[in-house]
Design a binder for this molecule. Structure first.
Ligand SMILES: [Zn+2]
Length: 735
């Protein structure tokens, strides 16, 4: 070893000793902030912009491998575009996550002290949630840094901070003034355990065995109905049949008065295309208060709502004195017994059922009528200005139409494309969005009441006597504003003009509807524009056998553990290679380890090149041999290829090709072949080989930088070239 070589290079590569130091160097340089890049001439003041927002992680705990994958993909895009000379902004932040965070703290309180939020009161409870959120936030920020993410920390945002609160209230008020936000009694998905509403997308489904009961409302009733929830039939006001069903056609329009043991009940026979003649008896008891579809039928047919189940999941007074206060299961058993006694029960059979459950607590969801706030997706309003293709300022349009049109007209591209179809299907079936939640943590609804008056605004009215609506907003209401609330909206800031719409939104396909669609809704409505030009949906990270990572299975691979053992660069590569958009990926520790070997390989290559070139002036390009010219031609082709793959979001291919080239071409062939020339007597051959090896090394680490930022930056700093800049702002190689 030469005495001139950097002492570090004489030892094996040590990510632990390198990564934190490099990250600090980057942060101190200020180059994560595009303003600094402009000031220091890294990019032109009028350069093309490239901006993305970090999907804000929930302040519910720590980041998992899915987050790490997201951070790795986004950092590749950001570093690549920064090196391309674009004015590049990656805006970070965290999400308060309302119900998820509140549930965590409630559970913690219950486990540790046996108390509930009601025991401590709203103010004290929120103090505790805020404390918990703050701690989670700090952990998350640490993890984002550990992943090497080149986010602009000077612009960090939180969905529940002061600026975002103004944005949320401004958005709510505007929607209210346009008649798009309303309060009303509607059927909502209610979780009696969480004691809150759930949006349609927060309802999950579980395959379950259930009993299908076939019975008649009365002995003289002309036909039977079938149901898995007999206790709700106490609230029926109609029977629906398919209009083409010959068995029942003649009865359509008839009205019966029956008594299910709790007083007279009017049952009308109605026709509805939605009824499946093949299911049960083909006749469906209509329970408007406890089913969304039945509610729609009730609206069309002017049927009354009879609420027989309350918010605690217990039977109401309207269900009858003998049922009042019973849990639904108890009421079911009692009512079925009554049907048996009255000889009305005709059949009991086991069927497969798709049970609706709460995505938080996995308990059954109870649809019921409730006074809530909604966003009307079907009401027309006048759009004041529009950058949307096919929509002109002053046009009458609905939120649903806006959400549809920006994907239909290609202004927003979804990768992979198959998700566009799923998106359209979802919009077709979209109902009004219930945005109020009966929880304490979150954006309290900006509506104040005094006697008969209602006030909606950004701030509480100054005069006395007003009380604020106790409910909070669905967490997706605030994260729906994320691409522009983070840039200063509702103020007309320079950031908003420069960086919006953002270039791309990169997120998991599992939150396409929860979040991506809500961002489209909010942005098209409030800005008359799109939030992003591209949506890149990554898959979920699964274990090596393809199972979901979960604590109960014990197959969770923690990103921080892997970083500690193998380094961030290796962890990042393992999350990029072998994955394609929209498809789940399998991850194993072995895979991560393999890329640690690759980092070592890069290190050894560097050691070889440095020790064989330090006696020569590499800034002067020597005469090159034909052989080296061929080597450089191959390198040029690689540059063009990698650039193309990144532009097309084929990160896995770009990473794989770089890996292959560096190891199997550069190290195995080019370096091996060079040895005889480096150690030989031919001066031309020698200097040509030296210059070529050095050039391939610098180009390779430049191309690898977005993928493996730490080791490449470290290698760069040890090369004896005239470039004193950090690699992170080095121009992307041209082919
Ligand atoms: Zn629940």
């Amino acid at each position: 070893m030469s005495p001139y070589m950097d002492e570090k290079l004489t030892k094996p590569y040590d990510p632990q000793a390198t990564e934190d130091r490099i990250y600090q160097l980057w942060e101190e340089s200020g180059f994560f902030n595009p303003d600094v890049c402009v000031q220091k001439g890294v990019c032109d003041k009028d350069a093309e912009t490239f901006s993305i927002v970090l999907p804000p992680p929930n302040v519910t705990g720590t980041l998992h491998m899915g987050h790490s994958e997201m951070l790795a993909i986004q950092d590749i895009l950001v570093r690549y575009n920064r090196m391309r000379g674009k004015k590049t902004l990656w805006l970070p932040g965290t999400d308060h996550a309302a119900i998820a965070t509140q549930t965590k703290v409630e559970k913690k309180m219950y486990d540790e002290e046996g108390t509930t939020r009601h025991d401590v009161g709203r103010e004290e409870f929120l103090k505790r949630v805020n404390q918990f959120a703050k701690e989670s936030h700090d952990t998350i920020v640490h993890q984002i840094k550990k992943m090497g993410s080149s986010v602009d920390w000077s612009r960090e945002a939180f969905t529940l901070d002061e600026k975002r609160t103004i944005a949320v209230r401004t958005a709510f008020k505007k929607m209210y003034d346009d008649g798009l936000v309303y309060r009303g009694h509607r059927i909502v998905n209610w979780c009696p355990h969480c004691y809150s509403t759930l949006s349609d997308d927060e309802v999950e489904y579980k395959e379950k065995k259930a009993v299908l009961y076939t019975f008649k409302y009365a002995k003289d009733f002309p036909f039977a109905i079938a149901t898995t929830r007999p206790e709700t039939k106490l609230g029926d006001s109609a029977v629906a049949v398919n209009p083409n069903d010959e068995r029942y056609k003649a009865h359509i329009g008839e009205i019966f008065t029956v008594d299910l043991g709790h007083g007279a009940q009017t049952i009308k026979v109605i026709a509805d295309e939605a009824v499946d003649p093949e299911y049960g008896t083909g006749a469906l008891g209509v329970t408007p208060a406890h089913s969304m579809t039945d509610y729609d039928m009730a609206q069309k047919n002017d049927l009354p709502l009879i609420k027989v189940i309350d918010e605690h999941g217990k039977m109401t007074k309207e269900a009858g004195a003998q049922y009042e206060g019973l849990k639904v299961k108890e009421a079911r058993a009692k009512f079925v017994q009554w049907l048996k006694d009255e000889e009305l029960l005709l059949k009991e059979e086991e069927v497969d059922q798709n049970l609706s459950i709460c995505y938080r607590c996995a308990r059954p969801v109870e649809p019921l009528p409730s006074l809530q706030w909604f966003v009307n997706v079907n009401k027309t309003f006048t759009i004041p200005h529009s950058n949307i293709k096919g929509v002109t300022a002053g046009q009458q349009i609905t939120l649903k139409e806006l959400m549809h049109i920006v994907v239909q007209n290609g202004q927003i591209q979804i990768v992979p494309e198959r998700f566009a179809k799923i998106y359209f299907h979802w919009i077709e079936n979209l109902r009004d969005w219930c945005i109020s939640r009966q929880i304490w943590y979150g954006h309290q609804i900006p509506v104040w009441y005094r006697d008969e008056e209602t006030y909606v605004g950004v701030e509480k009215p100054k005069d006395a006597g007003w009380t604020q609506d106790p409910d909070t907003l669905d967490t997706w209401f605030s994260s729906g504003l994320w691409t522009f609330s983070t840039l200063g909206w509702p103020e007309e800031t320079a950031d908003l003009r420069t960086y919006h719409p953002t270039a791309i939104l990169e997120t998991g396909y599992d939150i396409l509807f929860f979040w991506v669609a809500r961002m489209v809704l909010m942005t098209t409505y409030l800005l008359g524009d799109i939030p992003f030009k591209n949506v890149y949906l990554h898959g979920l990270v699964r274990d090596e056998r393809g199972r979901k990572m979960s604590k109960s299975i014990g197959n969770v691979i923690d990103p921080l553990d892997m970083i500690k053992i193998y380094g961030t660069d290796a962890t990042r590569m393992s999350l990029i290679i072998g994955t394609s958009p929209g498809n789940d990926m399998k991850l194993s520790e072995e895979k991560i380890k393999a890329y640690k070997h690759f980092a070592n390989k890069i290190w050894n290559i560097t050691r070889f090149v440095v020790s064989n070139t330090e006696d020569t002036d590499l800034t002067v390009k020597p005469e090159l041999t034909d052989h080296d010219r061929e080597n450089l031609k191959e390198l040029d082709a690689l540059v063009a290829d990698i650039t193309k793959e990144i532009e097309q979001y084929h990160f896995y291919l770009a990473g794989e090709k770089l890996y292959h080239y560096v190891w199997h071409r550069f190290a195995d062939v080019v370096i091996e072949e060079s040895k005889v020339r480096l150690y030989g007597d031919n001066a031309v051959e020698r200097s040509s080989a030296q210059w070529t090896l050095f050039h391939i090394l610098t180009t390779s680490v430049t191309l690898l930088h977005p993928f493996m930022p730490f080791i490449t930056e470290e290698v760069w700093s040890m090369l004896a070239h005239d470039k004193k800049n950090l690699l992170m702002i080095e121009p992307w190689p041209r082919s």
